[in-house]
Every structure is written in C-alpha cells, then in structure tokens.
Design a protein around this ligand. Structure first.
Ligand code: MOS
Length: 685
C-alpha cells in the first residue's frame, strides 16, 4: 500500500495559517461558554507534609467569589490515581502541589481569592536532590513506555578488562522544563452527567479516557475539544492535574469554569525532564572498534507515581559491540513527577553516549565521524532484526561535506581574535513507531471530502500534512479535502507524541481515503488490527548534528555561529513544516546545551527559576545560522506514506555536538549540562 505523490513533498503553507495570524483560531482558554466562571489554583508552600487547616472565610466573603475547594470539601474521585488524584487527601508530596482552588466571577477575583486563602501546614522533612549515592535508589520494574529496565549481552566485564582503550566517565543533565508558548488551560462545562472540556492538549482522546476514569463516568459522556494548541513538547501529552481540577470546579459551582495554569505554576504542575547521572564505560581496540558499552543511569521520580525515563535504551541499538550492558535506577523524591519532554530518554541518553563517543575518538586518535562509521552495526544489535532503513553514515558524510568538517583543527588550536573556535559532531536517532488509530471519511455532495480524526496540531503543521496525505490518497487537489482534527468525537487516535502522530493518523487516513476512492460515501476505519508490513524490522530515524562554537575564555561566553542538522527520516511530507520541526528541535537542543537548567533549592524544596526571565530558553540572539536538511529516503515499512516521525529527532544529539565542539575549541571536556560561562571559567586552562 502506498499513496500517489502530488502534494506530498511540496512546501504547502499551513492550512490554518490565516486563521492563526488573524486571531480567529481559538485556543482552549479563548472559548467562551455562556455563564463561565474562573478558577485560580492555590499551591503548597511546603515540599512535604500535610495540610492541617484551610481558612477560606476571607476569600469566600469577597463579593463575586463562588467557592473554594480543598481536600476538606472536594468530592471523592472514585477512579483517581497518582497525579490526577487532585484534592483527595491533605497530604503534600511536593512544593507547588495543588492544595486548594478558588472560583469567582472574574479571573482577577479568582486570583485574589486564591491569594487570600490561608493554609496551615504540618511540615515534614523533605528530600529533593538526586545524588548518585542516594541510599534509596531502586530498580524499577520497567522503563517507559515498556522497556526492560536492564539489559546485558556478551561478557561485559571480560571485555572491559581486556580492551586496550577505555573511557569511563560520568555525564549529567539537569532538571529541564517544557515551556510551551501557550500555558496549559482548560474550560470545563457539565451538562448533567456529561462533561465538555476545551483543553490544550496533545491528544483529546487520551484526555477523555483519563478524565472519564477519574470521575468514574462513561467515556461517551466526555468530549474534549482542542483544535489549536500552542506547543506541548510532551507536557500536554498526558492530562495534567489542572484538567481534573477544572472539572471539579465546574461541578462545584454548577457553571462552566475556565482554569489557566500560570507560567510559574507550569514549573510544578505540568511535568519536566528528570535530571540524570549517567556513567558511560566504553572499551575499544586500538582501531576504535567497540568491545563493550556500559550505560548506567540514575534519575528521579516522585512519591506520587513512578515515571521511569528510558534514558539508556538508545545505547541498546545505536552501535555494534559484542558486549553491552544498560541499567536504570530511580529514587523517589519529594518533587513533582517528571514527565515527557521532547525525546524523553533518547535526548539525555544521547548527550552521554555521544559525548562518550567523542571521548573515545580522542582516546583512539580517530576522527569522530570515522569512529562512528567503524561501529556501524549490520543489523539492530538489540533485536537482531534488519533495519528498515538506516542512513546514519550517509547523514554523517553528507553533513560533514556540507559543513566543511575538513577544516576542523586539533583541540584548542583555532583562534579568531579573542574567541577559541571549534566544531563538534554527534549522531541523532529516534524510533519510528506507529500505533492504531481510527478515522472517518465523508464524500460530500459538492464533490469535496471531509476526514475526521482525533489528531492534534500542537504547532507542528499536523493539520496541513494530514490534508496533503488525504489529498494524495484521494488523488485530488488540496482544496477538495478538509481534515477536521482536535475533537474527541472523531474517536480513538494516537496522541501527538513519540513522533508517532503523523505516521499513525496518516496511515488511518490513507485507509479511509482508499475506501472513499472505491466509491463508498461514508467510511469509518480502524488500523488497530491491521497487519504491520514492517514488524520484523528495526525502525528508526537517523541524523547527524554539526555545531560550530566560539568560546571566549575570558568571559566564558559560548556562541554558536553555525549549526547543521542532516537527517534521514523517510519521505518528507512537507519540507516547510518539516524544516521548522528540525530547526525547533535543534534550537531546543542548543538551549539544553548552554542555558536550560531548573535550579532546585534543597532547603525550600522548590524550583527557583520558575519563569522565562530566569529559565533561559534560546532567543533570536542565541540562534544564528541554523540549517536543517535531509537525504532522500522512503520507508514503506513504517507507513504507506514512506515517512518517519520528525518531531523529536531534531533535539537528539544536539547538546552532545555542542559539548564536543566546546572540547574541540578549548581542549576542555564538559560533562555536565548546561555549559554555562561559570563552568567554562571554572575549567579554564
Ligand atoms: Mo513528546 S515528549 O513524545 O510528546
């Protein structure tokens, strides 16, 4: 099964672009149900303990305040577990947890009321710092989403003992936060036992399932509407506690309720990337052929629920080695639960692996690209299956040529005035998975076609590429096809996550369009039980990241004048929106390398830099000549479009490429992110 190519591969402009730039595209908070009230969250000011008493009298006496909910008066939620068990107990598990909510006639009044609520705590000692020697580190049963926690093949210890070249280093990444442009927001409206949510999320169907379970109501009674979403990066991939809270508030006051999470509250309520401590041991022969790879990860979870990031999983498949061991250990701290953030697992894991490969290249006296080529596996080392397509080497070679890799000098050998300059490279990879989804198709009387699918466009261009896919599958021009997304009424579908959105939705759309083309007027398809033509293949996207840095040894300033990402991600459906995804990922990777770090105050148990003034993400001044390109590839073992997901691979490897470039510029290796001026100065030679 493959689709005719007309629109696929062309740089179609966003189909909703005009709506967005004219402000007609409504985001969650902008919907205006009649009689709406407003809610504002009260969060805990202690990191552990319990709420002894809530005094809401002053708040409730403000004219226009409609109610205050806390664990004292909130209804029991029969199906609520973990993070979604909002206001179900006086216990406080982390600083910033929801302890109460105020509902009022206006947003300002709700906020004033929330600030007026007095909370008295029984405070208990807390522990918020991940340490490599933490006594409570444990081995989780599995890592996300369902991978073995530890793996071992070959005689690792013998290989480590025998190999002439060794790297044994520890790399760390800090707590990092998703900072979507559109903060999380929900409007909840009950009609009898039926609930409608206008909600900013990455997958309306999943929100329906989760919220129906929490309230123990039939999923058919919950509808989630999310036509436009201003970013997510994973933070909107699973419903957050405020969604439950909005529904509780609406039920409490008998009116629709709007609840916006503030930028500062996002830092505790909407998930973050766990910090990691990663020990990498690489053993090789003198020619750089790996004999053993060991990747031992320590990271955190919360006491609320387990989140076990799959940080070392990428090390199981990227390079050939006769012996290999990967482990994950967690400690449950008094912190919010970590969650999804763009390329969870691969992103921090590849900082360690690809930095260690650069360390190994130095130890072997090899060019880092040559080292990677020498360790290119014939088949997937983990499953033993062939790769459906694997063009990592091609990305490295093409990127090197384009970037001018030949001009790279020895470490610390290149100066331009006060700047030390250097180049770095790292590989990039991300799985190309797919899950079943449903779609509806209608042949309209006017000769156009409507496709309905519970897809989410979180700013990626998903709506546009799905329209292209449908048009090509119908062999029609784009203007004869309309794709309606973001409404759970369209049925089960994959979330916009794991770089699986377009591949999963597109497959269902192709199937629906084939039946419409065969003459059916109204079709409903489900790809859930369909035969997967690529199931016996290892399916991954690949890429190579090239970074040039300038380092001022006097101030510690690091600049990135030039970066190139060269990717192999199957057929590129829309070069315009794809380039934007790659560049966005690379930009976020530069942020990870140089700026992003959520500072934890161990005494307060708090994230201190909880706003965009203090949590610095790259701005225009930080990003200069940034380029993304790709090689021709098509992979029909992934989906009938021949494409692979592209939302996450852009961030993978970027931070390692920056650190490797800083090493090449300065001769100093940085194994702890971010590489701040203070860290450059502290290691100045
Ligand atoms: Mo993304 S972290 O898979 O939503």
């Amino acid at each position: 099964m493959s689709v005719a190519i007309r629109s696929i591969g062309t740089p179609v402009e966003r189909v909703e672009g005009r709506e967005k730039v004219t402000g007609r595209a409504l985001y969650a908070y902008e919907h205006a149900p009649e009689g709406v009230a407003y809610a504002a969250i009260v969060t805990s000011s202690v990191a552990r303990g319990s709420v002894r008493a809530i005094d809401a009298d002053a708040a409730l006496s403000l004219p226009g305040v409609l109610g205050v909910l806390s664990a004292q008066n909130a209804p029991n939620l029969p199906g609520a577990e973990g993070e979604l068990a909002v206001l179900q107990s006086p216990a406080v598990a982390y600083r910033g947890e929801i302890v109460a909510v105020a509902i009022a006639e206006t947003a300002e009044l709700a906020r004033q009321a929330a600030e007026t609520v007095r909370v008295d705590y029984e405070q208990a000692p807390h522990d918020v710092l991940l340490r490599g020697d933490h006594p409570e580190l444990y081995r989780p049963e599995k890592v996300n989403p369902n991978f073995p926690t530890d793996t071992e093949e070959g005689d690792v210890d013998a290989a480590l003992a025998a190999a002439p070249v060794q790297v044994d280093e520890t790399y760390t990444t800090p707590t990092e936060h998703n900072t979507a442009m559109e903060p999380h927001a929900t409007i909840a409206a009950w009609e009898g036992d039926s609930l409608t949510l206008y909600d900013s999320n990455q997958g309306a169907w999943n929100v329906v399932q989760a919220i129906a379970k929490v309230f123990a109501i039939d999923a058919g009674r919950v509808r989630v509407i999310a036509p436009h979403v201003g970013g997510g990066f994973g933070s909107k991939g699973t419903p957050r506690p405020h969604v439950v809270l909005a529904a509780l508030c609406a039920r409490h006051v008998g009116r629709p309720v709007k609840l916006a999470v503030t930028r500062q509250q996002m830092f505790t309520l909407t998930g973050y990337r766990t910090p990691t401590i990663q020990r990498m041991r690489l053993a090789a022969d003198h020619d750089g052929h790996l004999q053993a790879i060991v990747h031992d990860v320590k990271e955190q979870t919360s006491t609320v629920q387990e989140f076990a990031e799959q940080t070392a999983v990428v090390t199981r498949m990227l390079y050939a080695s006769p012996a290999r061991r990967t482990t994950h250990r967690l400690v449950a701290l008094d912190v919010p639960t970590p969650s999804w953030m763009r390329a969870p697992g691969e992103c921090p894991g590849m900082f360690a692996l690809e930095s260690a490969m650069d360390d190994l290249a130095v130890a072997c006296g090899l060019d880092p690209i040559e080292l990677r080529i020498r360790n290119e596996p014939e088949i997937d080392p983990e499953s033993g299956n062939p790769f459906s397509t694997r063009n990592l080497v091609e990305c490295l070679r093409r990127g090197a040529e384009r970037f001018g890799w030949d001009g790279r000098a020895e470490p610390g050998a290149h100066r331009d005035g006060r700047w030390l300059t250097g180049m770095g490279v790292a590989a990039s990879t991300y799985p190309a998975r797919r899950v079943g989804s449903t779609a509806h198709g209608t042949a309209e009387a006017d000769g156009t076609f409507t496709i309905r699918i519970t897809a989410a466009d979180i700013g990626t261009g998903a709506r546009t590429v799905l329209t292209q896919i449908a048009a090509d599958a119908l062999e029609l021009p784009l203007d004869r096809v309309r794709v309606v997304i973001g409404d759970s009424e369209s049925g089960q579908a994959m979330v916009a996550g794991g770089s699986m959105g377009t591949t999963s939705w597109g497959t269902a759309i192709v199937k629906a369009c084939e039946r419409l083309r065969a003459g059916e007027a109204e079709v409903h398809v489900d790809t859930g039980d369909d035969e997967d033509p690529g199931k016996d293949f290892a399916r991954h996207a690949f890429g190579a990241q090239f970074i040039e840095v300038r380092v001022d040894p006097a101030t510690g300033e690091v600049r990135i004048p030039r970066a190139l990402g060269m990717f192999a991600c199957g057929r590129i459906i829309n070069p315009r929106t794809a380039r934007s995804q790659f560049l966005g990922g690379m930009t976020m990777g530069i942020g990870m390398a140089l700026f992003e770090e959520t500072i934890v105050d161990p005494g307060l148990g708090a994230f201190m830099n909880h706003d965009l003034a203090q949590y610095h993400v790259p701005t225009n001044a930080d990003i200069r000549d940034l380029e993304a390109d790709w090689i021709d590839e098509e992979d029909f073992r992934v989906n009938p479009m021949g494409s692979k997901g592209i939302g996450e691979i852009g961030i993978v490897g970027t931070a390692a490429a920056v650190a490797n470039a800083v090493y090449n510029a300065t001769g100093v290796r940085h194994r702890d992110l971010p590489i701040t001026p203070a860290r450059i100065l502290a290691t100045r030679q």
